[in-house]
Design a protein around this ligand. Structure first.
Ligand SMILES: O=P(O)(O)OC[C@H]1O[C@H](OP(=O)(O)OP(=O)(O)O)[C@H](O)[C@@H]1O
Ligand code: HPA
Length: 189
């Protein structure tokens, strides 16, 4: 069902970002090559597993954008990007993001009161990014109907679920053992 994703993850190079083991894959980095078949496999699996009765898809720059684009083309649901750039538009909400190797600001725009949202991203690792975005959305007058992340790595997913109360739906789990990637089905709460 996720044959391309599994096969390519197993071959993904691992680089060091300080102490952090970072895998490099087309879904999370656009490297070495994102194929239409891989994107199709991912969005087909999303629409097979989940009912997407939402007004908008919310994705996070940069590596949520290709996923939201492909899903939007398939479902006809529009999407908005949480950007790393500040616009200063009315209603803009800034959040502070931390990952295992970086930190910075994210800016939420384009969301209206009462919106029913699907939040999508490529990977949840420490959970810092998703936590920051979901906690901000929680304070806005919107409904987060679904959260979908393609790849879970480490324990961040559980932490985000505990802290926000939202279920984080993932398609595949990766563990890095001896500089190799092991894939398995997602951990369910
Ligand atoms: O669970 P976390 O530890 O927060 O890691 C996950 C986040 O890290 C990556 O984003 P990054 O900020 O590196 O930006 P990019 O999408 O531009 O590569 C990825 O796209 C997720 O958003
Ligand atoms: O190991 C990783 N690889 C790609 N993207 C990521 N975002 C957080 N961790 C990772």
């Amino acid at each position: 069902m996720l044959k391309i994703l599994e096969k390519t993850l197993k071959k993904a190079p691992i680089i060091k970002k300080g102490e952090y083991n970072y895998f490099v894959h087309p879904i999370t980095d656009g490297i070495p090559l994102t194929t239409p078949e891989m994107l199709e496999e991912v969005v087909d699996e999303i629409t097979r597993r989940y009912t997407l009765d939402v007004d908008k898809i919310v994705c996070i720059e940069a590596m949520g954008i290709h996923l939201a684009t492909a899903l939007s083309l398939k479902t006809r649901i529009p999407f908005v990007v949480v950007r790393k750039r500040e616009y200063g538009l009315p209603g803009e909400v800034a959040v502070h993001q931390t990952t295992g190797y970086s930190e910075g600001e994210l800016y939420i725009n384009g969301i209206k009161k009462g919106d029913r949202l699907l939040v999508i991203d490529d990977v949840v690792s420490t959970g810092g990014t998703l936590l920051a975005v979901l906690e901000a959305l929680k304070k806005m007058d919107v409904e987060v109907a679904k959260v979908i992340v393609i790849i879970e790595k480490g324990e961040g997913k559980k932490l985000v679920e505990e802290k926000t109360g939202y279920k984080i739906n993932t398609l595949i789990k990766v563990d890095i053992v001896d500089d190799k990637i092991i894939t398995s089905p997602p951990e369910e709460a």
